[in-house]
Write a protein that binds this ligand. Structure first.
Ligand SMILES: *Cc1c(COP(=O)(O)O)cnc(C)c1O
Length: 432
């Protein structure tokens, strides 16, 4: 499989090269040159297949022959070693809980898959070349990347996070790993962290000295495995014989875009709904027809505080850059923090369901859409465990959240970080 740059000013590359580079040299995102449809026999037998078998069929064409079948299956077995429960919140409305992985974030699947692909490519090279994964996090990405890449040979990971702006649990998750994982606490905002990462990628002084890559969802190996969730859901719900819509709480639009890739491969999905907080660039675009990139605003669903979503260009590519076509497949709604809290309370009071602020936005958007539709099954993606957002949960919900064992362990560990104020310090550190 070849991947081309969406800026069209760089040569097409293999899967391996796309994973190692992250972003194309012309700063475009990589996109697969072909989306192969799965045949009828796959969909007919899906209920008899295991998660690993399904995942293999789905990702096979995107990896091509660069990882042999047995190795790819071993990677997938390792990556998918936890549950993806569907909880029926009320009739025909399901929460797809994606937070049962090691760091309780849906990003675990993508981070683990990308890490294992990089580890595989490194092992194969005789002349082992080290790769440095550089990533900025507003909270959830950092933990998933730290855990996913821990102890992967030939890969060093450097994670930048804004001091005092991630939750205590999130901070522990990314600062207590050690070994090949370094956390850098930046005196500044998430935007400052992201700006430093971007500057490093553009900095010619690393050429020939460090292979820098990104572990954000712009990387195809982090983005594509998110397709699995949609196939697993179909497997679990196909017996209900109704059409399915998915509501996805969105920030950088990698997750929902992966769902659209699944649909392109033939998975019967009736419609997509995107829920956002007040960082509503995409819902605004769908309504008004103009795309206005904005500075992000801080909210209680902070993993979605994105003003200019990087994967939206992939969504446009999937819909022939035609807004009319996109509107037929995607509806968007945005919600304030007050509304988000109300929805968390509604879910708890009426259905005894404890959600986190991101999942609550997914549910709220789904409800809004379903109010004008009939005879559909609605699935909203619950993208993080509520325990990671304890400080913003309504008081009575906070009291009932069970603290998982892994969190109790991690809270006891000691934080280890490098502290920096500006780009030059990051550069010195990376070149050391
Ligand atoms: C990253 C994240 C999102 C947003 O996902 P995108 O793929 O960036 O749209 C939503 N919820 C949580 C909890 C996240 O960590």
């Amino acid at each position: 499989m070849q991947y081309y740059s969406l800026n069209k000013q760089a040569p097409a590359v293999s899967f391996k090269e796309a994973v190692i580079k992250g972003l194309a040299p012309d700063k475009g995102l990589y996109f697969p040159s072909e989306i192969v449809k799965l045949d009828d026999s796959f969909f007919k037998s899906i209920t008899q297949m295991s998660h690993v078998e399904i995942a293999f069929k789905v990702i096979e064409s995107f990896v091509g022959n660069e990882i042999p079948e047995q190795d790819l299956k071993a990677i997938l077995t390792d990556v998918l070693s936890f549950d993806f429960p569907l909880v029926e919140v009320k009739k025909d409305v399901f929460a797809l809980e994606l937070y049962h992985g090691p760091t309780l974030a849906f990003k675990d699947v993508g981070a683990r898959f990308m890490a294992r692909c990089l580890g595989y490519f490194n092992k194969k090279e005789k002349q082992q070349e080290e790769v440095t994964v550089l990533v900025a996090t507003s909270g959830d990405t950092g933990g998933a990347v730290a855990s996913g890449f821990y102890d992967v040979p030939g890969v060093n990971v450097v994670i930048l996070y804004p001091s005092g702006k991630v939750s205590d649990i999130q901070e522990k998750q990314l600062t207590t790993m050690g070994k090949n994982i370094t956390a850098i606490e930046v005196e500044g905002t998430f935007d400052d962290c992201q700006a430093m990462v971007k500057q490093a990628f553009l900095d010619g002084d690393f050429k020939g000295k460090r292979n820098l890559t990104s572990a954000n969802s712009i990387n195809v190996a982090r983005w594509l495995p998110q397709m699995f969730y949609y196939f697993f859901t179909y497997k679990a719900l196909v017996h209900l014989k109704k059409e399915i819509v998915f509501s996805v709480p969105s920030g950088n639009y990698g997750n929902i875009c992966a769902g659209m890739m699944a649909q392109k491969m033939g998975l019967p999905i009736k419609h997509f709904i995107t829920g956002t907080n007040v960082n509503n660039t995409v819902p605004h675009y769908l309504k008004a027809g103009e795309y206005l990139a904005k500075q992000s605003v801080a909210t209680i669903s902070n993993a979605m505080d994105v003003g200019d979503p990087s994967n939206f260009i992939r969504i446009q590519e999937l819909h022939n850059r035609d807004i009319a076509k996109l509107r037929l497949n995607l509806t968007g709604y945005s919600f304030t923090d007050d509304q988000t809290r109300e929805v968390m309370l509604d879910l708890y009071d009426n259905y005894k369901y404890v959600s986190d602020p991101h999942g609550a936005i997914g549910y709220a958007a789904l409800e809004k859409y379903l109010s004008s539709q009939e005879a559909l099954i609605g699935v909203f993606l619950e993208t993080a465990h509520p325990v990671k957002f304890l400080d913003v949960l309504p008081e009575k919900i906070k009291k009932v959240v069970a603290i998982p064992e892994s969190i109790i362990e991690i809270i006891k560990k000691e934080k280890k970080v490098e502290r920096i104020f500006e780009y030059q310090e990051l550069k010195t550190f990376l070149l050391k």
